[in-house]
Design a protein around this ligand. Sequence first.
Ligand code: ADP
Ligand code: DP6
Ligand code: CO
Length: 353
Amino acid sequence: MSVYQATASAPVNIACIKYWGKRDTKLILPTNSSLSVTLDQDHLRSTTTSRADASFKKDRLWLNDTEEEIKEGGRLATCISEMKRLRREVEEKDASQPKLSSYYVHICSRNNFPTAAGLASSASGFAALVASLAALYKLPASPSELSLIARQGSGSACRSLFGGFVAWQMGSLPDGSDSLAVEVAPQSHWPDIHALICVVSDDKKGTSSTSGMQRTVETSTLLQHRIAHVVPARMEAISAAIQARDFDAFARITMQDSNQFHAVALDTDPPIFYMNDVSRAIIALIVEYNRVSVANGGKLKAAYTYDAGPNAVIYAPKENIKEIVELIVKYFPQPEAFKDPFGLFGAAGVGEG
Ligand code: ADP
Ligand code: DP6
Ligand code: CO
């Protein structure tokens, strides 16, 4: 008897140009394009196993060992049924294929980092879900095609199907068929950029991305200015900065866009506060670090960005990471040790947390 099972994993991505706002909440079509960097280390990942079996009585999903309800018409149900539709196309073309599209699936997923804490678990989670079903169903689909389905699970998930620098093109068609992720540049184009994750809090956030952005769309006038007059030029400029490996321009745009996203959250009624005092103190530290560099005739050395939570992501060229970690550890003494995937601190360093 055959066992039909496949496992896939996907990393989180952290946006430099933020997605915040939907023009279609069911299809998850955004009000602006966005651009992110997919992390390539193993610290922030979702790993998902999917199994199809004739004996299963319904589709079921366990997230971090707890069963989640798959609501009819909800995001999980949509992703699963869209993947079954693609499997049916395979079965229709090749009658020798087992009819897996008619079986229910059991899906088991784990995140190796805090879920729903503003560290993009919905991005890695839905990307891993779609990737595991694509492997189970042996689909010929490209990452961009799969991104159309991951997008309907969580918007940011569409970008995690690619590594490196990724754009989610907002598209204009009402059916969403042109709202997909494309590669801007592979990670190998600019391997010198590193991301440092500063976990300020791993608590579940108070306002989910989904409800927060909907409230912003309904109440913020600043969002309307942002989507019409700010983001299109920023998408162009940051893509050019990536192509040119121009860290100074990349950093400037990334910090401006993080600031505007949080300004838009504040412009929402009632206002949404994702950053806290520690987040703001980290901003002040990076601003001062860059100011000193520029005052000495140098360039920007680091860029902060914050998603819908208080945790900082700092992008910087590899040569600056050690100095930045030393600054962070000096001003924010940590009870928990720093994870050092690059061995920057050697055996006697801050150590693996
Ligand atoms: P985050 O900032 O972590 O992305 P969100 O509020 O956007 O927070 O989304 C969190 C939700 O994403 C979770 O409550 C869960 O429904 C879904 N999610 C997270 N991880 C996974 C996963 N591995 N598989 C399926 N769904 C997931
Ligand atoms: C601030 O993709 O989590 O991280 O589409 O409703 O699931 P849903 O929201 P989600 O929103 C992410 C918002 C962000 C910015 C970004 O990742 O671009
Ligand atoms: Co999310």
